[in-house]
Design a binder for this molecule. Structure first.
Ligand code: HEM
Ligand SMILES: *[C@@H]1O[C@H](CO)[C@@H](O)[C@H](O)[C@H]1NC(C)=O
Ligand SMILES: *[C@@H]1O[C@H](CO)[C@@H](O)[C@H](O)[C@H]1NC(C)=O
Ligand SMILES: [Mg+2]
Length: 287
C-alpha cells in the first residue's frame, strides 16, 4: 500500500500543483492508483436521514492536540471525524472524515491529501498532522481571512484583529459572493500595504479562492451563492458545526467541480482574472 500510495502521490502532486483547486479526478482511475473505490460518496443523500442529522460530540482541543490554520479540518477533529489529537491523518481517515462530517466526496479528499502530506516535516510521509499545514509557504499563505500573515504572528490560530477586518465586509445577515470576494481582495490589499514579506504564490492564490468557496459549499448547501453570516462567524470562532444555530450538513455530496464553480464566481465578482493578484476588487492596481 505504501509504495502505491507514494507513486500515486507523486503523480497527483505533479498535476495538482499545476492546477490546484480545479483538478478533475473523475478521469483518473483511482482503483489502478491503489485506492479503494469511492462508490459510497453518494450514500448520504437521503433527505429523510438528513433532516435529523446531528454531528458527533464537539470537544475543545487540549494543549497536546494538533490544530492548524484550516478551520474546516480543525472542526472535523473537534467533532471526532478526524482523530481528536489532530495527528497521523492518512488518506483513508481524511476521506471518511470529510464525507461523514461535511458530505464531501472522496475524490476531493484525495486531491487535498496529496497537498497536505507535502507539509509534513517527514519526507514522503503517508500522513500529516493538522499543525503541519501551518508551515509557512507550503500551503499556508498570506492574506488569510481569519489568520495573521506569518510575518506578524503565528499564522495557525484564529486571530480577532484579522477576522474583524474580514467581517467588516459582511454588512448583511446573508454573506454574498460579492461581499466575500471584496473581503478577500481587501485582505490582499492590507497584506501588500503592510507586510514587507508579502508573498502569494500561484498555488496559494488558487487555494485562497478555494477556501472562500467553502463558505457557500459547506456552511450552506452549495445551491444559493449565499450563506448566513452567523454560521460563518460561529464556525470560525468555535471551530464547531453551527448546529445550535440551525445549520445542517448539506444533503447532496459536494464534488470538487463545485469548488471550481464558486472560485470562478468569486474571482469574477472581484474583477480579477484567474491568476491576477495585482488588482483590487475594482480592478485598480494594488502597488
Ligand atoms: C485535506 C483537506 C484540507 C487541507 C489540506 C486544507 C488545508 C488548508 C490550509 C493549509 C489552510 C491555510 C491557508 C491559509 O489561510 O493560510 C486552509 C484554510 C482554510 N480551509 Fe482548509 N484544508 C482542507 C479542508 C478543508 C475543508 C473540508 C474546509 C471546509 C469545510 C476548509 C476550509 C478552509 C477555509 C475556509 C480556510 C481559510 C481560513 C482563513 O483564510 O482564515 N478546508 N486549509
Ligand atoms: C493578530 O494579527 C495581527 C495582524 O497580523 C497581529 O499584529 C497580532 O499580533 C495578531 N495577534 C495575535 C494574538 O497573534
Ligand atoms: C436536507 O433535507 C431536509 C429534508 O428535506 C431538510 O429539512 C434540510 O433543511 C436539508 N438540509 C439542507 C442543508 O439543505
Ligand atoms: Mg495563512
Amino acid at each position: 500500500m505504501k509504495t502505491s500510495l507514494l507513486s500515486a502521490g507523486l503523480a497527483l502532486i505533479a498535476s495538482a500543483a499545476a492546477y490546484p483547486q480545479f483538478m478533475d479526478l473523475k478521469n483518473l482511475d483511482l482503483k489502478n492508483l491503489g485506492f479503494e473505490s469511492n462508490s459510497n460518496s453518494n450514500s448520504n443523500t437521503n433527505p429523510n436521514t438528513q433532516s435529523s442529522w446531528q454531528p458527533k460530540e464537539w470537544i475543545a482541543p487540549g494543549s497536546d492536540d494538533s490544530r492548524g490554520p484550516c478551520p474546516g479540518l480543525n472542526t472535523l477533529a473537534n467533532h471526532g471525524y478526524l482523530p481528536r489529537n489532530g495527528k497521523g491523518i492518512t488518506l483513508k481517515i481524511l476521506e471518511d472524515g470529510m464525507l461523514e462530517g461535511f458530505n464531501i466526496e472522496h475524490a476531493d479528499a484525495v486531491l487535498l491529501f496529496f497537498q497536505a502530506i507535502r507539509t509534513s516535516p517527514i519526507p514522503f510521509n503517508d500522513r500529516f498532522d493538522l499543525a503541519d499545514l501551518g508551515r509557512h509557504g507550503i500551503l499556508e499563505h498570506d492574506i488569510s481571512l481569519s489568520r495573521s500573515d506569518a510575518y506578524f504572528a503565528d499564522p495557525k490560530p484564529f486571530n480577532e484583529t484579522v477576522w474583524a477586518e474580514t467581517m467588516s465586509y459582511f454588512t448583511t445577515p446573508m454573506i454574498s459572493v460579492e461581499q466575500l470576494a471584496k473581503a478577500r481582495m481587501g485582505r490582499l490589499a492590507t497584506s501588500k500595504k503592510t507586510n514587507p514579506d508579502f508573498e502569494l504564490s500561484w498555488l496559494a492564490d488558487g487555494f485562497s479562492w478555494g477556501e472562500c468557496a467553502s463558505f457557500f459549499e459547506i456552511m450552506a448547501d452549495g445551491t444559493t451563492g449565499t450563506v448566513r453570516k452567523e454560521y460563518i462567524d460561529y464556525w470560525f470562532r468555535n471551530e464547531r458545526m453551527p448546529t445550535e444555530l440551525g445549520w445542517q450538513r448539506r444533503n447532496v455530496t459536494m464534488k470538487s467541480a463545485e469548488r471550481m464553480k464558486y472560485s470562478g464566481l468569486l474571482m469574477k465578482a472581484a474583477g480579477v482574472t484567474k491568476r491576477d493578484v495585482a488588482s483590487d476588487a475594482y480592478g485598480y492596481p494594488l502597488h
